[in-house]
Design a protein around this ligand. Structure first.
Ligand SMILES: O=P(O)(O)OC[C@H]1O[C@](O)(CO)[C@@H](O)[C@@H]1O
Length: 551
């Protein structure tokens, strides 16, 4: 690797940020706004139709300057170049990380060979296939056109395509209904199969490794269901396609390689929606719109690569996150989309962010002495307001929030959209400004309440404020805009990984549970006593074995 890495807490900027934090921790954003009328124009940045307003953060010019120093001391510009140019920055798996090439338009050399011809060839095959299915020329085994697409995959082979198909529903093919089966709980597949017809259903078996237990179990059961409907083995080719990096394993499952769409080990699962893993997206939206999504990702790549760090949207968002995690001690970060179509965006980002930066050893294998990725969570507004915003406004924890909202609804209806947007702006204002005890008391007296009631209730009605948020506005949730948004968060994750000196592109933390599940499953199938686990696990296995089949 051409770039060196080291501990962030050994940098000069980190120490300076610690001192600066001590001076700023009790400063209220109300006062920062009062002192500085230029905050909004200075602390906003654009990329295409995206506007990021980060003025409602607990920062000053000095904070931002020090955060930029930290990025430079951690060699962010060099790491960014290593990412885009195909260096093997996934050091534990010795892999390049090239999801940006999937949406790129220039040669990218990996081991001296340009990856772009292969990328374009897969896109062309996707175009041919999706046009056949969407036009009705690709028929099922009884000659009927495809009406249902069932994607069977999990994690990155599910969450991205599912989120995008939901987000871009207004652009979806009216004659295709999209289904996503991920959970190995038989209920997920069973409920999906109740809604589809074997003669008109196309199954996509999506798995980078083609070894994932949940996906293969669901895929085998789907095939059995299909064959039980009266179809023959020879009909499988019209109803099952695969997306994977492993041709041999796809063949072994019984899917013709002709019906397989490939991608490569340099595409991480949680960054793979831009690859053939996006096949459900391309089927639903059509290939032109899928390419608009890619173009949106490319817009953000260009911005990330070319804009100065101080005007760089993913860099700014990432560094603000570092400021809260490492200096204010924030444990979580809320993603609050005020667009119903983005209702799976927080779930998608949970995997993208937490599987990437939920690490506790650095790139050198040493235990980190600083906090890394926060818990990512969220729900669409305004529903969240009536659920968990109480804690964000008045709880004891600091929860930095991202509010995302379109300036135009896909479904204009009366004054719904102005009402929705008034909530976005009011929430961020309330979080920032709060409401002081004096204001509460004055308001209560103006309402004519007696002094006892004022004294008793006023403390409950105080809002400390000083709670940070970013606001991301965009014109309308189009494929291109969504591409920009997704790539924005991908790069935010990358930058934070660089600052925390972790490898954001492996996921060893999912291994142990998988391994143990295999040995537990052996014990669930056995009739001899289970003794090889701890007392709790042995006890649970026996309890379950004694009761299954009774319910
Ligand atoms: O696409 P695959 O190989 O089935 O993996 C699915 C998911 O499983 C994981 O490896 C771990 O949960 C994810 O990183 C990945 O997205």
């Amino acid at each position: 690797m051409s770039v060196t890495s080291h501990s962030p807490d050994k940098t000069r900027a980190w120490s300076a940020l610690e001192d600066h934090f001590a001076a700023l921790r009790d400063v209220h954003m109300r006062d920062l706004f009062a002192r500085d009328p230029g905050r909004f124009p200075r602390y906003t940045v654009e990329c295409g139709d995206l506007l990021l307003d980060y003025s409602k953060n607990r920062v000053t010019d000095e904070t931002l300057g020090l955060l930029m120093d930290l990025a430079r001391e951690m060699h962010l510009p060099q790491w960014r170049e290593a990412l885009f140019s195909g260096e093997r920055i996934n050091c534990t798996e010795d892999r390049a990380v090239l999801h940006t090439a999937l949406r790129g338009d220039a040669p990218v050399l990996l081991d001296g060979e340009d990856v772009m011809p292969a990328v374009r060839a897969v896109l062309e095959r996707m175009r041919g296939f999706t046009e056949q299915v969407r036009s009705g020329r690709w028929t099922g085994y009884t000659g009927k056109p495809i009406r249902h697409v069932v994607n069977i995959g999990i994690g990155g082979s599910d969450l991205g395509p599912l989120m995008v198909c939901e987000a871009l529903r207004p652009y979806g093919h009216p004659g295709l209904s999209m289904h996503f089966v991920s959970n190995v709980d038989g209920t997920h597949l069973a409920e999906t199969l109740k809604a589809v017809d074997p003669e008109t259903t196309l199954f996509i078996i999506a798995s980078k490794t083609f070894t994932t237990q949940e996906t293969l179990t669901n895929a085998h059961s789907a095939r059995e269901w299909f064959l039980a409907s009266g179809a023959g083995e020879g009909d499988i080719r019209r109803h099952f396609v695969a997306v994977s990096t492993h041709t041999e394993k796809v063949k072994a499952f019984g899917i013709d390689p002709e019906n397989m769409f490939v991608f490569w080990d340099w595409v991480g699962g949680r960054y793979s929606l831009w690859s053939a893993i996006g096949l459900p997206i391309a089927l639903y939206l059509g290939m032109d719109r899928f390419e608009e999504l890619l173009a949106g990702g490319r817009d953000m790549d260009r911005h990330f690569r070319e804009a100065p760090l101080e005007r760089n949207m993913p860099v700014i968002m990432a560094l603000l996150g570092v400021w809260y995690v490492n200096f204010f001690g924030a444990h979580t970060h809320a993603i609050l989309p005020y667009d119903q179509y983005l209702h799976r965006f927080p779930a998608y980002l949970q995997q993208a962010d937490m599987e990437s930066n939920g690490k506790s050893v650095d790139r050198q294998g040493q235990r980190v002495g600083w906090h890394t990725g926060p818990v990512i969570w969220g729900e669409p507004g305004t529903n969240g307001q009536h659920a968990f915003y109480q804690l964000i406004h008045q709880g004891t924890r600091l929860v930095p929030c991202d509010f995302l909202a379109p300036c135009n609804s896909q479904n204009p209806m009366g004054d719904h959209h102005d009402i929705l947007m008034s909530n976005v702006f009011a929430q961020t204002q309330a979080l920032m400004q709060g409401r002081t005890l004096e204001t509460v008391q004055a308001q209560m007296r103006a309402e004519g309440l007696d002094e006892d009631t004022v004294a008793r209730l006023a403390p409950h009605r105080v809002f400390e404020g000083n709670r940070p948020s970013n606001t991301l506005l965009f014109d309308r949730l189009t494929p291109r805009t969504l591409g920009r948004l997704i790539a924005l968060y991908e790069h935010r994750i990358f930058v934070q990984g660089v600052i925390w000196n972790v490898n954001s592109y492996d996921q060893w933390g999912v291994e142990l549970g998988k391994q143990l599940a295999r040995s537990v499953l052996d014990d669930l199938r056995a009739d001899t006593p289970a003794t090889g686990h701890d007392a709790s696990t042995n006890g649970l296995i026996h309890w379950y074995r004694g009761r299954r089949g009774n319910g």
